[in-house]
Design a protein around this ligand. Sequence first.
Ligand code: FAD
Length: 518
Amino acid sequence: PRPMETLNASLAAAAAQRVATAVGRAVVHWFKMDLRTADNRALSQASDKAREAGVPLVALYVLSPQDFEAHLTASVRVDFMLRCLAVLREDLARLDIPLWIETVAERNKVPERVLELMERWGARHLFVNLEYEVDELRREAKMARMCAEKAMALHVAHDTCVVMPGTLRSGTGRPYAVYSPWYRAWVRHIHENLELLELSEGPSRNPASAREIFAGLFDCDIPPPPENKRLSEEEAQIFQSLWPAGEHEAMKRLDKFCEADIGGYAANRNIPSTSGTSNLSVHFASGTLSARTAVRVARDRNKTKKLDAGIEGIQTWISEVAWRDFYKHVLVHWPYTCMNKPFKPEYSNIEWSYDQEHFAAWTEGRTGFPIVDAAMRQLRGMGWMHNRCRMIVASFLSKDLLLDWRMGERYFMEHLIDGDFASNNGGWGFAASVGVDPQPYFRIFNPLLQSEKFDPQGDYIRKWVPELKGVVGKAIHDPYGRGVGPQAKKAGYPKPIVEHKGARERALAAYKRGIESG
Ligand code: FAD
């Protein structure tokens, strides 16, 4: 059975055996990738429960260094999450709600530790928003069983997606494996169930006694990042100013984007030198902004109050946020795609290259393809890369270099501030043609044409590849092929590590061979 089915079975078994569970002395909300107080389904339900029972709400966050390892969490992402926790702790403290941060060295001990804390606090109800990754679903299934044994209640909410993964099925009852019909069903489903866009109330203030009863919990420090996830001071400063943390920054950014840029989104979203996109992915990935709020705020600017009518930029943006929902739907239905396997088995037989020099050139942004190098340096410089460039560099890695796409997927997770398992896997599966609803394998991006089309003046390249700053005109896209080789060489910019036409032929042949033998 899929992990989601196992969890549902555990929850049903727990519900069947549950004797009326007394509330106890507190109700607990366990924060995960939902680091916000606004429009947070499980937090809101936990708060209601606590208020009705007249007991305090206690918030918990579990920091597990092993989880960071297992999830390949980038240092910039850990830094961002810890900064978000600091904001959250302050917001909760203003409501007399303590946020306790517990560090658990071994990730498989997390459920036991959460239950120990609940017992210590005299709490019998635990609220969580579900995460759909395989390990997390399995952990929650275990939690459900352990809670039931102790006559505690685990309440799970579906919060991270606008439409709960698993809800939408095609006319034949099968899950969708293609985005467009899925997206139409997604829109229809929301229009028919408008409560999906209703925002949850923020938590209520705790009774004043909470400060006395749980005095020790209010003094919890934000722990430092694990040794191997620390940024240098200089890096920390750069990332703090690039990516201010917390839900208030997320709302500010959303409002500003909706005010200034969403109208032009359809036209500008592919131009990496402009601020044509929202830059909100880091907030979605950390849960400092809910997808529901984002879709709601954008939709409300549309006079039609529809997701798929009215201002084009709004429609297009909402359809991009829907991609995030789509990839979580994929994760729930075909969990093996996120376990290093292609969606279609016949793609398992492609003979990938593992050339370390090529891989190093790609990661360091010295492939000799300016648009690729600019993008890879943007990733290092910002912990983020523009979507168009993610597609270009992923296509380049898997097709021009024929490197195993999983090397690129992994490297992205290790460096992205918005690293999200499902979206990253989905993006790599798309670009390398091995995923659900992928780019056909024979569509191979030509980096030069992509560069000319989406960075016509070379502004993006000049920003990230200073060696080419002095190159004028179209030569910026291909300095060695367009007569400014000596200038590029003098500035230390490398020659192309492969020749695109030949690399393309090699990729086509390798894909074809792999698929036919699969
Ligand atoms: P906007 O253009 O403003 O879009 C709004 C939101 O919609 C984004 O914040 C994001 O949540 C969602 N979205 C947009 N495009 C996609 C998409 N193709 N797939 C899924 N969601 C999307 N996105 C991540 O959040 N985390 C990742 O780890 C990630 N890895 C990627 C890897 C590859 C190879 C590719 C091609 C794409 C990846 N994406 C990932 C999707 C996309 O590139 C980013 O979400 C986007 O660039 C974030 O910038 P933005 O917030 O300004 O996006």
